[in-house]
Design a protein around this ligand. Structure first.
Ligand SMILES: NC(=O)C1=CN([C@@H]2O[C@H](COP(=O)(O)OP(=O)(O)OC[C@H]3O[C@@H](n4cnc5c(N)ncnc54)[C@H](O)[C@@H]3O)[C@@H](O)[C@H]2O)C=CC1
Ligand SMILES: O=C([O-])CC(=O)C(=O)O
Length: 311
């Protein structure tokens, strides 16, 4: 199985690293516009093969899309990340043009591929990719909810003082500081509602910390995060390539689901060899439904800024 990652920067290279050492794909191609950069990252990763023990072939390419031919999955991590104090939405001006041209280029060599969109503002970049390529909705997947949910479980595990892997929980809605919806009511500690163990004010703080999880890291690092983002993309790619049919919140085109139309936004999806295989309808209460509608309004407003790119 072959995976191409366009954008060999922090997130793209981390994703290639996780995919190779976990043996998720047999071949990974990293592509970047910076001369020699993807080749260098690929060589560095390949020099881990004997010490971490993997057989995935990782190679790099400077903007030569012929090397990406026949990819089963293409991950788009090209574009600029935010700096402290910025929102993800402020990246649209530069990233929209990059994401559109990258999607068009990859399809020339991998017409049957599934595209995973990571570049921010991710929900809007997913919508742009869908509209610009005309691919069926099951083949365009926006990655954000997997990462946001892993941060949610991290903050819950800290509050519970229990391991993250004993915590279940999901974040839906937009992948933005104010649009994420951590579903605290449905989160559990090995099947028991977390509200059995944590007071409401603590749960509210967990939700608030989750929503600004990316901004917190950007403040600490000076650029946005990459370890958890790269690992979250690899987790999603694993479910596609190995047809695991895991339920992962992803940004997907909605046609009536969750009361929304003509928008890409995070909802729980079954992810397998056909990409988005099902959109799972979970029963939201009235407050959660209202938050989802508000989140969708914000994402839709941002999509309005794509007019010139899509013209
Ligand atoms: N959806 C999510 O959950 C997350 C999204 N992101 C987003 O992912 C993107 C990448 O972040 P980082 O890897 O930290 O940035 P980075 O700056 O480390 O890497 C981006 C790479 O894209 C390359 N690039 C730019 N234009 C290109 C083009 N036309 N073709 C090929 N490569 C091109 C650059 O040369 C650079 O190497 C950002 O937009 C960031 O906001 C980051 C983390 C999580
Ligand atoms: O915070 C950012 O800008 C990058 C991102 O989407 C994340 O780490 O969640």
């Amino acid at each position: 199985m072959k995976v191409t990652i366009v954008g060999a920067g922090n997130v793209g290279a981390t994703c290639a690293d996780v995919i190779s050492y976990r043996g998720i794909a047999s071949e990974v191609v990293l592509l970047d516009i910076k001369e020699g950069f993807a080749e260098g990252k690929a060589m560095d990763i390949m020099q881990c093969a004997t010490t971490t023990g993997f057989n995935t072939r990782v190679s790099g390419s400077t903007n030569d899309y012929s090397k990406t031919a026949g990819s089963d999955v293409v991950v788009i991590t090209s574009g600029i990340p935010r700096k402290p104090g910025m929102t993800r939405e402020e990246l649209i001006g530069i990233n929209a043009g990059i994401v559109k041209s990258v999607a068009e280029n990859v399809l020339k060599y991998s017409p049957d591929t599934i595209i995973v969109v990571v570049s921010n503002p991710m929900d809007t970049m997913t919508y742009l990719t869908l509209k610009a390529t005309g691919l069926p909705k099951n083949r365009i997947i926006g990655m954000g909810g997997a990462l946001d949910s892993s941060r949610f479980k991290y903050y819950l595990s800290k509050a519970l003082d229990k391991p993250s892997n004993d915590v279940q929980g999901m974040v839906i809605g937009g992948h933005g500081d104010t649009t994420m919806i951590p579903l605290t009511r449905l989160a559990s500690y090995n099947g028991s509602p977390v509200s059995n163990f944590l007071a409401q004010d603590v749960l509210d703080k967990v939700a608030a910390d989750t929503m600004v999880g990316g901004a917190t890291l950007t403040g600490l690092l000076g650029t946005s995060a990459w370890y958890a983002p790269g690992a979250s993309v690899a987790y999603l790619v694993d479910s596609i390539l190995n047809d695991q049919k895991r339920m992962i919140p992803c940004s997907v085109y909605l046609e009536g689901e969750y009361g929304q139309n003509d928008i890409c936004i995070g909802v729980p999806c079954i992810i397998g060899k056909n990409g988005i295989e099902e959109i799972v309808a979970i029963a939201l209460n009235d407050a959660e439904k209202a938050l989802f509608a508000k989140s969708a309004d914000a994402v839709r407003t941002m999509n309005g800024d794509l007019k010139s790119v899509l013209a």
